[in-house]
Design a protein around this ligand. Sequence first.
Ligand SMILES: [Zn+2]
Ligand SMILES: [Zn+2]
Length: 273
Amino acid sequence: MSIFSDYHLHTHHSGDSEAPMEEMVTKAIGLGLKEMCFTEHMDLDYPTCYDLPPEPFTLDVKSYREEVQKYKEVYKDKISIKFGVEIGMQPVCLKANQRFIKENDFDFVIASIHLIDAQDPYYESFWTKDTVENLYKRYFDITLENIKLFTDFDVLGHLDYMSRYAPEGDHTYSYERFKDQIDEILKYLVENGKGLDFNSKSLKKSPDADPNPSPAIMKRFKELGGSIITFGSDAHYPEGIACGFDKMRDIALSCGFTEYYTFESRTPIAHKL
Ligand SMILES: [Zn+2]
Ligand SMILES: [Zn+2]
């Protein structure tokens, strides 16, 4: 394994995963990883539609912390386990999110946009609300708006992730097409010392797919002075851990990166790519 850490992982503590934490840990050890960071979902004010139970992504942080502590100790000679979170940004839960991060001693915080005007692009219904072009514009707009409001994070989660769920055959999205908006987001991240979650989830479904963000965005981030990137599989079950990391490493190198990062108590630590 060329990259030794997976920094985007979910278990049964996330509303959309049933993975036992210990199975995730033993799988990561088996793959040769030296470090893993769990980043469970915390998406407050998730809409009560989509046939999901109420508050499907409200994290029980106490039981999550206890389980991380347990396996951290059990496997301390084999792997370093970090306590992270993936927090869903929406203006409506800004204060609660700020409080939540302040009150908890996370090693690492990913800030993500999973909802666009309270609609989840994961569901087909989202894509019928407007033209696809307008929906992307809105997504990049609210991404910028939210990272300016909510600043207590380390990396922006899977930028351009909406493209994962675009209607089949739709090719509206490219970095070039939304360049102005994306550049504004990247510049803001660079100026504020924030990084990007380089996310390989789409490669699990199709090895030829682009990661999120796309290589074009990664290249631009580097050109603009960005340096902090973390490698994350966004695995919700053991088989997804570190998926496509060799390919991801090649992409990062070809975009000019020479380092990737892990975190401890919110402090970035650089490693040679
Ligand atoms: Zn996410
Ligand atoms: Zn995730």
